[in-house]
Design a protein around this ligand. Structure first.
Ligand code: ZN
Length: 362
C-alpha cells in the first residue's frame, strides 16, 4: 500500500560520506556479494527506500574513486558522484512511470504537458520507455565506467514492456548493469524474475524509523509511523502534508459516525488507503487481535460484521478504480457514510446507502 512518493527524495552518498537513509547500510553491505550481478532485483515491502538504495548502488557502480567498489560505498565527492546526485549522469538512466515522476517533481522540459498538468500521467512503464532505454544502453559509456539502467518499480512494467526488456536482461550489452525494484516480485513475469539476482530491503526497526523521523523534524512520529505500516518514507510524506498524530487519533471515531470533514480535500488514494487500514484493524479487533495501523484505544468497537465486509468490498473497488469519473469529495463522503452503517449508533437503523443513487448524484 505504501508508495515511494517523497518529493524531496534524497539521492546518493553525500559529500561527507553519509547515507541518505541511515537504515540502507545493511542492504548496501549485502550488495557487495552481488557486485558482479548483471541484473539485480531490490525487493521487500514498499516504503523502505527501494529507489534510494538503487540510486546508491548506481552511484557506487559509477563512482570514479578506485576504492568505491571494494568498500561498496560511493565516495560522494568525485565528478561522477556529483552527476548522479544532480540526476544528469550520462551513464545512468532512470525509467519511472509518469505518475512517479510527477510525484517526485522529476518532470523534464520535453514533458511540458505533464509539467503543466495537461496530460494524465500513466501508472505504467510503457514499452516505448523500454525501447528508448535499450537504444540508450547500446551506446558507448560516456565516462568509461559502464552504464546503469534503473527501473523503478518493475511492478509498473506492463506485459509488452516486460517482454521488450527480456533480451537485454539476459544479455546486457557492454558493461551494462540493470537495477530493478519490486514490492511484490511474485507478480513480476517469471522470465523477468529468473534473470535477476535478489537483494532484500526490509523496513527499518521502529526505533530507527522514529529516530530518523524526529531528525527530519516530525515532532510526534509514533502514530504516523504506525498508520503508515512502519514505512518512515510514507510517514514523512504525510507529515509534510500536514497530517498529525491528533488527526490520526481522531480519524476512526469520526469515520465511525460518518464524519468525512477531516478527509475531504485529501488525495483519494490516500483516503482509501487509510479507510482500508481502518477496516482491517476493525476486523482484527473484532476477532480479538491487536490492531496494526491505529491505536486500540482510538478504534470504535461493536462493528457489524456483515456491514464491515460490505464496506471493505466498496473500499477495495475504490482502490482498484481510483481514476473514476466521480467527484473526489463525493466519493470520500459516500465511503465514509457507509462506515457509519458499520458502527450503528444506539437508536439508529443500519441501512446501507443505495450504490445506484451515489452514481447519479453530482
Ligand atoms: Zn565518487
Amino acid at each position: 500500500m505504501a508508495k515511494d512518493s517523497l518529493p524531496s527524495m534524497p539521492i546518493g552518498v553525500a559529500a561527507d560520506g553519509s547515507l541518505p537513509l541511515p537504515w540502507l547500510s545493511a542492504a548496501l553491505a549485502q550488495a557487495g556479494a552481488l557486485a558482479q550481478a548483471h541484473a539485480l532485483l531490490i525487493h521487500g515491502p514498499a516504503g523502505g527506500g527501494h529507489l534510494a538504495l538503487a540510486l546508491l548502488l548506481a552511484q557506487t557502480a559509477l563512482c570514479e574513486d578506485p576504492s568505491a567498489l571494494q568498500r561498496q560505498r560511493a565516495c560522494g565527492r568525485c565528478g561522477s558522484c556529483h552527476l548522479v546526485v544532480t540526476r544528469v549522469h550520462p551513464d545512468l538512466l532512470l525509467v519511472l512511470p509518469e505518475t512517479l515522476r510527477v510525484a517526485l517533481a522529476w518532470v523534464d522540459d520535453e514533458d511540458s504537458k505533464l509539467a503543466k498538468g495537461e496530460a494524465k500521467p500513466s501508472r505504467e512503464i510503457k514499452v516505448d520507455q523500454i525501447r528508448d532505454a535499450i537504444a540508450w544502453a547500446q551506446q558507448t559509456s560516456g565516462r568509461g565506467r559502464g552504464k546503469v539502467l534503473l527501473l523503478h518499480p518493475a511492478d509498473a512494467l506492463n506485459t509488452a514492456s516486460a517482454n521488450a526488456l527480456l533480451k537485454t536482461l539476459e544479455e546486457p550489452p557492454g558493461r551494462l548493469r540493470l537495477l530493478l525494484t519490486s514490492a511484490d516480485p511474485e507478480q513480476l513475469l517469471a522470465t523477468v524474475r529468473s534473470r535477476c539476482q535478489r537483494l532484500r530491503l526490509d523496513l527499518p526497526p521502529t526505533t530507527v524509523a522514529l529516530g530518523w523521523l524526529q531528525s527530519q523534524g516530525v515532532a510526534d512520529p509514533g502514530a504516523l509511523l504506525q498508520a503508515a505500516g512502519g514505512s518512515p518514507l510514507e510517514a514523512l510524506a504525510w507529515a509534510r502534508e500536514g497530517v498529525t498524530a491528533a488527526l490520526l487519533a481522531d480519524l476512526p471515531r469520526r469515520v465511525a459516525v460518518g464524519d468525512a470533514s477531516s478527509l475531504v480535500g485529501r488525495p483519494v488514494p490516500r483516503v482509501v488507503d487509510w479507510l482500508l487500514r481502518l477496516s482491517h484493524d476493525a476486523q482484527v479487533l473484532a476477532a480479538g487481535g491487536l490492531p496494526r495501523f491505529f491505536a486500540a484505544q482510538h478504534l470504535p468497537v461493536g462493528a457489524d460484521p456483515a456491514a464491515l465486509r460490505l464496506w471493505q468490498s466498496a473500499l477495495q473497488r475504490a482502490a482498484r478504480h481510483d481514476e473514476h469519473p466521480w467527484n473526489a469529495g463525493l466519493l470520500i463522503e459516500s465511503l465514509v457514510s457507509q462506515a457509519a452503517v458499520v458502527w450503528p449508533r444506539p437508536g439508529q437503523g443500519g441501512r446501507m446507502p443505495d450504490p445506484a443513487s451515489l452514481h447519479s448524484r453530482r
